[in-house]
Design a protein around this ligand. Structure first.
Ligand SMILES: NC(=O)c1ccc[n+]([C@@H]2O[C@H](COP(=O)([O-])OP(=O)(O)OC[C@H]3O[C@@H](n4cnc5c(N)ncnc54)[C@H](OP(=O)(O)O)[C@@H]3O)[C@@H](O)[C@H]2O)c1
Length: 281
């Protein structure tokens, strides 16, 4: 893996000036360090022609080794992994496992694994999320829903996960600004969302996404697949901060702000500013 663009950590020397062409794990962790809290980072993968899933409707058929390396690092760095219930169902999400090897050091002073936060309008707990943890030190699970789910569905989710593990935030859909505040209040300020495309669209529309990490794998698949954001149109400007390359795969960070990352900001700062297009009347 080599560095093509680095506007996040000037202390990492570029290749040819004392820097190496090979990014080791410690350097990679510095390049993806959270600049402050609260901070919501999205991590997604896409083919060159914009497909966010392979023919099987999952990401496993489009991602690859460099993507997996960054994917697992970003989990190790996060306090909470937030996903839409659609992704939890399609990808069979369970409680996050603690990182292996040296990456366990990245969790010093906090839980061994990030929490899993599932966003569901209907308050339906995916079966794999409800299943007992398969690994010692696995992360806790929170289900976040809204009033529209109805009392019976919320009660059923609480029966499955426990009263404290089910949050009701918002009326017709989950209030994602309130979710960011709630996670911060629980000490989960370094947030990683792994989508999916509908949740990511809503997070961008709510203005709470600070950063998008995207892996572009070097092949096309055609077909009719979702992009990394789907649903009603939303427009947001981002700035490229980091670009890595390995075997033709590009891995980048784009942030809401063009300024250097590296300083914590208060809880009230707005993230990626976005424009939501209104549907025609
Ligand atoms: N390329 C990538 O990086 C990537 C990443 C993740 C997922 N994916 C793929 O994306 C597909 C899933 O897409 P998707 O768009 O259905 O996934 P999604 O956004 O994960 O899930 C949609 C569901 O999440 C809940 N939800 C989302 N936003 C909400 C909001 N604002 N308020 C309340 N609930 C909300 C709803 O759950 P309920 O239905 O329970 O009410 C909704 O039906 C899968 O094929 C997966 O493999 C790709």
């Amino acid at each position: 893996m080599r560095i093509v663009l680095n506007d996040v950590d000037p202390s990492v020397p570029p290749p040819g000036t004392g820097g190496s062409d090979v990014v080791d794990d410690a350097t990679l962790a510095r390049l993806y360090a959270y600049p402050g809290q609260p901070w919501i980072r999205a991590n997604m993968v896409s083919t060159l022609d914009g497909a966010a899933t392979g023919p099987d409707g999952r990401t496993g058929s489009i991602n690859n080794e460099p993507d997996f390396r960054v994917f697992t690092l970003l989990r190790a760095l996060a306090d909470a992994v937030v996903v839409g219930a659609g992704t939890a169902r399609a990808e069979g999400y369970g409680r996050p496992r603690p990182p292996r090897g040296d990456r366990a050091d990245l969790r010093e002073g906090r839980a061994a694994a990030p929490a899993l936060v599932v966003v569901s309008r209907s308050a339906s707990v995916p079966s794999t999320v409800a299943a007992p943890a398969e690994h010692e030190g696995a992360g806790e699970v929170l289900l976040v829903t809204c009033e529209a789910a109805g009392g019976a569905a919320v009660a059923a989710a609480r029966d499955t996960l426990g009263d404290d593990q089910v949050l009701v935030l918002g009326q017709g859909e989950v209030d994602l600004v309130a979710l960011r505040e709630e996670l911060m209040a629980r000490g989960l300020g370094r947030v990683l969302t792994e989508g999916g495309p509908r949740l990511l669209r809503d997070l961008v529309a709510a203005g709470v996404v600070d950063e998008i990490c995207l892996t572009v794998v070097p092949h096309v698949i055609g077909g009719d697949h979702p992009r990394i954001l789907t649903g009603q149109s939303v427009t947001a400007e981002l700035h490229p901060r980091l670009l890595l390359e390995e075997g033709g795969t590009l891995l980048g960070r784009w942030t809401r702000s063009a300024a250097q990352t590296g300083s914590a900001r208060g809880g009230s700062g707005s993230a990626i500013s976005s424009t939501v297009e209104q549907p025609p009347r």
